[in-house]
Design a protein around this ligand. Structure first.
Ligand code: SF4
Length: 272
């Protein structure tokens, strides 16, 4: 793991993600090294072209006093969009924790999204926010499959246990079912496993990008060869996701779940 640090011009930046006003990415890079990650495009803009996603981490240095909590009142801030705020080295560098400490007092809606059980470390901080939601992202309960597609993230059961502890302290939570691998992700089983923790579920489709497509298709060819043709089709024809979207909507209605479908086909173009 190559770790370096640099002085960031700003730590809270404007976002073009629907429903999100600002994002905070305390690091560049992400140790979780998910096979399907589409944040890998960041390599091009940050001097990491040619390096392997997951094998480097830039720790952002920034003036904490520049963060003005009141400036974001009424806005929605997401941690994080192109890294995981609880990437393993957060234990050492504590960038996420220090930012949250500084933001206490804001009336912004803080959204925390992670694949790490480390999130429970900051329950004491979450409790001090007026509006905050904590989510874990997952797409399987199968530990072996998770280890292949998300090699350095916490295993799915540990993510759920961490979310349970967060929810148990009275903090609003949801499960982000992402990315859905069509015909592989059993989202109903995940909902069933998480329903005692939360009633809120968000859904995101698998995003095929230039850099991740060979890895995804290689995985399908190796482990699910019968699905290779289907994956080729859905890659070429994203409208095939509409069938999955309708199935999710119907299920959520019947089960009276609070669901948000955030499918987007090649960019943040489709969101409900
Ligand atoms: S946790 Fe998120 S940002 Fe990190 S590698 Fe996985 S998908 Fe990418």
């Amino acid at each position: 793991m190559k770790v370096s640090s640099f002085e960031a011009k700003s730590i809270i930046t404007k976002s073009n993600i629907p429903g999100i006003d600002h994002v905070i990415n305390p690091y560049i890079g992400c140790q979780h090294a998910c096979l399907y990650c589409y944040a890998e495009f960041m390599k091009r803009f940050t001097g990491h072209s040619g390096e392997t996603w997951g094998d480097f981490l830039d720790v952002k240095q920034f003036g904490l006093d520049k963060i003005k909590p009141e400036k974001y009142d009424g806005k929605t801030i997401l941690l994080s969009s192109v890294t995981d705020p609880y990437t393993p080295l957060e234990v050492k560098y504590e960038n996420t924790r220090r930012i949250l400490e500084r933001l206490i007092g804001t009336r912004a809606n803080i959204q925390i999204l992670t694949k790490s059980r480390l999130v429970e470390r900051d329950i004491d901080l979450f409790q001090q926010f007026e509006r905050i939601q904590v989510a874990v992202s997952m797409n399987t309960l199968d530990t072996e499959f998770a280890r292949i597609i998300e090699p350095r993230a916490s295993n799915p059961q540990d993510r759920l246990k961490a979310l349970q502890r967060v929810a148990g302290m009275g903090i609003s939570t949801y499960v982000f079912l992402s990315p859905i691998f069509p015909k592989i992700t059993d989202w109903k089983v995940i909902i069933n496993a998480a329903q005692t923790i939360t009633n809120e579920f968000h859904f995101e489709n698998l995003n095929f990008r230039g850099h991740n497509t060979p890895r995804i298709m290689g995985l399908i060819a190796e482990r699910y060869p019968d699905l290779s043709e289907y994956y080729n089709q859905i890659r070429r024809d994203p409208t095939m996701w509409d069938v999955i979207e309708e199935e999710i909507e119907d299920y959520c209605n019947v089960m009276k779940l609070n669901c948000k479908i955030e499918f987007h086909h090649g960019g943040f173009t489709k969101s409900k």
